[in-house]
Ligand binder design. Sequence first.
Ligand code: ZN
Ligand code: FE
Length: 258
Amino acid sequence: MIVEPVRAFSDNYIWMILNDIRSHCAIVDPGDAQPVIQWLEREGVEPVAILITHHHGDHVGGVRNLVSRFPGLEVYGPASERIPAITQTLVEGDIVHLGELGLEFSVLDVPGHTAGHIAYLGQGALFCGDTLFAGGCGRVFDGTFQQLCASLKKIRDLPEETLVYCAHEYTLDNLGFAKWVEPDNPELLLRDDHDMALQEKGIPTVPSRLALEKATNPFLRFDVPAVIQRAEQQAGRSLAEACEVFTVLRQWKDSEYD
Ligand code: ZN
Ligand code: FE
């Protein structure tokens, strides 16, 4: 498997999943068709499927144009959300077989950012849309804080070497908030320097390893004593449960940082 980004809008990544001989590909969350079509023509790759994580326009906006341009395209997406031109609805545990690519992905339910958000896991890679970001996580829109917390726990339990392909380049911004939470976390400070250097060269900071997220992303660290303490200080009360800590962090970022 080869994975390459196509950039869209100001900070979206549309992930192109290719077989090793670069003959066919699947397209994850094409919010815009134009940059995808340009990439396909330039690379001479034939698309076979679109994989959608959730219903937001910056993830599905290009689907109809792509399907009319490539009529054989299968469109996979969450069963409980309205996705344009969808042909295959998915729920947790389903397997997506991409025959032409020789690849398979299993489906995880990861609600919270939206109520029906799903993620695709296979070949050691996780395509998680706007659920987990490098250094951060999505906002709660039509899901709940409790759902997003449970989804992040589910992701945190995957193998540490998993590569996380999120859908936006928000990393440096996210790490700024992470430093509010854990100003003395040495791995976080190293990551911040490292990712800043990548950004200065115009290189994507995504994907990232789950192990690095667990060491530096406050939204996976809601049971680390220093993080609990910081959240309690922010809330002005003690927090008994991990998901309360998570919720305080997410609301703090929403209200004072973003
Ligand atoms: Zn979204
Ligand atoms: Fe998005």
